[in-house]
Write a protein that binds this ligand. Structure first.
Ligand SMILES: *Cc1c(COP(=O)(O)O)cnc(C)c1O
Length: 217
């Protein structure tokens, strides 16, 4: 199937309130152009330099989402244009995003990454760290960022029960966190292998790469 057909099939299978982020990391410009021609406007990348190189040459109405782990010294390259940063996992990083956003007179929307998987290789806050962050006076002073939701990645496993359990935990934390962040509306969870379960468990944003563009090397 073509990129266009893949997109169409996924779009038709998901509810209209769920945003599809087309994860184009490692894929060439031509692939993104094909998705764009099929109407896709939201793309996700996991490396800031790669995303910026693509942003420079592609149409300016594309919404670029940073979905990967972020090095603080690279935030400056995307501060001018990034539409949403999914993987925010420390207060230090939030402060840097705030600083760079200020230079461009912007408020950058961010998602806090929550550690839900069993593997300890995946980044993110645990529940206690999230509570601490919410309680800290520092975060209230960051007027050039806006926390609009949470993001998480389930364990890489074939065990659907396990995946569902982790998404349920994240959804429950999302509901609890709403009282602290008035703008909390987005729950980014679900990838090619598990987005159907994620949507059943309350995802509002899925990050899908290989099911659209084919497998990566
Ligand atoms: C690569 C990536 C995805 C997409 O993965 P697929 O399995 O190709 O859909 C989603 N989220 C993050 C954070 C990623 O790095």
């Amino acid at each position: 199937m073509s990129i266009k057909d893949n997109l169409k099939a996924i779009k038709e299978s998901i509810p209209s309130h769920v945003t599809l982020v087309a994860v184009s990391k490692t894929k060439p410009i031509a692939d993104i152009e094909e998705a764009y021609a099929a109407g896709q406007r939201v793309f996700g990348e996991n490396k800031i330099q790669e995303m910026t190189a693509k942003q420079e040459v592609l149409p300016k109405d594309i919404e670029w989402h940073m979905i990967g782990h972020i090095q603080r010294n690279k935030v400056k390259y995307m501060a001018e244009y990034v539409a949403l940063i999914h993987g925010v996992d420390s207060l230090k990083l939030l402060k840097e995003i705030n600083k760079q956003a200020k230079k461009h007179n912007r408020v950058i929307p961010c998602l806090l990454q929550i550690h839900i998987a069993e593997e300890d290789t995946k980044f993110g806050f645990d529940e206690n760290e999230l509570s601490e962050l919410i309680a800290s006076s520092d975060i209230k002073q960051l007027t050039n960022i806006k926390i609009v939701g949470l993001m998480g990645m389930a364990t890489f496993t074939d065990n659907n029960q396990q995946i569902r359990k982790e998404f349920k935990q994240l959804k429950s934390l999302f509901e609890k966190t709403k009282s602290s962040f008035p703008d909390l509306s987005q729950l980014s969870m679900g990838m090619s292998g598990d987005y159907k379960i994620a949507i059943e468990e309350g995802s509002t944003m899925i990050r899908v790469g290989s099911s659209i563009f084919g497998s990566r090397n």
